[in-house]
Each structure stands twice: as structure tokens, then as C-alpha cells.
Design a protein around this ligand. Structure first.
Ligand code: C5P
Length: 199
């Protein structure tokens, strides 16, 4: 069975939690496509060559989840040749048998416009920054909430305003706004959308 769930949205909206829950519930494979851009961003050197030579082990580096890696990712993600080099890997993943969930920024619009289910998960920048701050606020030198909010807004602006594959909902995407919604409710909405298509 080929069945693709495309989940897009800005940083810390809840995409990761929702895509993991959908993958677990339906036994689908899952790809966090942000890791591809994060790996290219932290590898250094020529980002186009890094994207063209990217391999599976690069996605397992321990330094990919930091705020700096997120910023580096969004800077290399504006380069059309970097995006082009990563398309085939993502499409191949989406087409594997048994179903796949991919989350990112352009899955429903560019990578898998024919996905059976498209979700756009969003929340206010303040709520997203607060969530991210709770995750990173584990040491004395952790960034302040204001710094995390500035980082979130900067990354949003870069992702939404770039010429190539900007962050936006696909026309037929189901919008899930997690500003006031609990994560359980959001996961239920996502799973219901998948169930409706599987029937
Ligand atoms: O989702 P995550 O925060 O890991 O993504 C890091 C950055 O990678 C994003 O801010 C965005 O610039 C880029 N990205 C992208 N397209 C994707 C996934 C991530 O441009 N499909």
C-alpha cells in the first residue's frame, strides 16, 4: 500500500508529536525532513555539495536539534540547489510500501502534492516559542524566552518569505491550530483525517 501523510507547519507547532503519533498508530514509516536541512546546515563547507552527498548517518548526528542548527538549516533551505538535491530522497521515502508520514515545510505543496492526507499544523509564535523554551531551558546558559521568541520569528520570516518552496498550507490541507488545543486533541484530529482516507 502506498499512502502518504504530509504534515507541514512552522517550528514548534506540534508537527513532530503529531507525525510520530500518526506513524505509531497506523504503522507508517516517518521522516522528519527538517533533519535533512539541519544536517546540511551543520556539516559546513559548500551546502550544495553537502546536500548532494547527504547520507542516512548524517541524520543521526547528535548536534542537529539545537537552536543554532535550526537557524543554519533555514539559511541553507533558501538555496534552490540544496532543495533540489533533497527532493528525490524524500519522494522515495514517501512512496515506500506500508505508508509514510513526512513532516516539514513543503511536503504538501512541493514534495508530495498528491499525498492522501495533508495537514498544516500551526500555533501563535508566542505559544510556539514558549514550548521551545521549556525544551531548551535546562541549563544556566539556556536562552531566555525573549531570545527564543526572536529566533522563532526570524525563522518563520525566512521560511515564509523565501522564493523557493515557501512555508504555506496546500490548498487542500486540513488546518490544525494548536494555540489553544491540547496535543491529544490535535493528534485525534490528525488520526481522524487519516482514518477518513483509509476507509
Ligand atoms: O522542522 P525543523 O525545525 O527541524 O526545520 C529546520 C529548518 O529546515 C526550517 O526552519 C526550514 O527552514 C527548513 N526546512 C525546509 N523544508 C522542510 C523542512 C525543513 O525548508 N521540508
Amino acid at each position: 500500500m502506498i499512502f502518504t501523510v504530509a504534515i507541514d507547519g512552522p517550528a514548534a507547532a506540534g508537527k513532530g508529536t503529531i507525525s510520530r503519533a500518526v506513524a505509531d498508530r497506523f504503522g507508517f514509516a516517518r521522516l522528519d525532513t527538517g533533519l535533512l536541512y539541519r544536517a546540511v546546515g551543520v556539516l559546513g563547507g559548500d551546502p550544495i555539495a553537502a546536500a548532494q552527498g547527504l547520507c542516512a548517518q548524517d541524520l543521526e548526528r547528535g548536534d542537529l536539534r539545537t537552536l543554532e542548527a535550526g537557524q543554519a538549516a533555514s539559511r541553507v533551505a533558501v538555496i534552490p540547489e540544496v532543495r533540489a538535491a533533497l527532493v528525490e530522497f524524500q519522494r522515495k521515502f514517501a512512496r515506500q510500501s506500508g505508508g509514510a508520514v513526512l513532516d516539514g515545510r513543503d511536503i504538501g505543496t512541493v514534495i508530495c502534492p498528491e499525498a492522501e492526507v495533508k495537514l498544516f499544523v500551526t500555533a501563535s509564535a508566542e505559544v510556539r516559542a514558549h514550548r521551545r523554551w521549556l525544551e531548551v531551558n535546562t541549563s544556566a546558559d539556556a536562552p531566555s524566552l525573549a531570545q527564543v521568541l526572536a529566533e522563532v520569528k526570524e525563522r518563520d520570516a525566512r521560511d515564509m518569505n523565501r522564493a523557493e518552496a515557501p512555508l504555506r498550507p496546500a490548498e487542500d490541507a486540513l488546518l490544525i491550530d494548536t494555540t489553544k488545543m491540547g496535543i491529544d486533541e490535535a493528534v485525534t484530529a490528525a488520526c481522524d483525517a487519516v482514518l477518513a482516507e483509509l476507509k
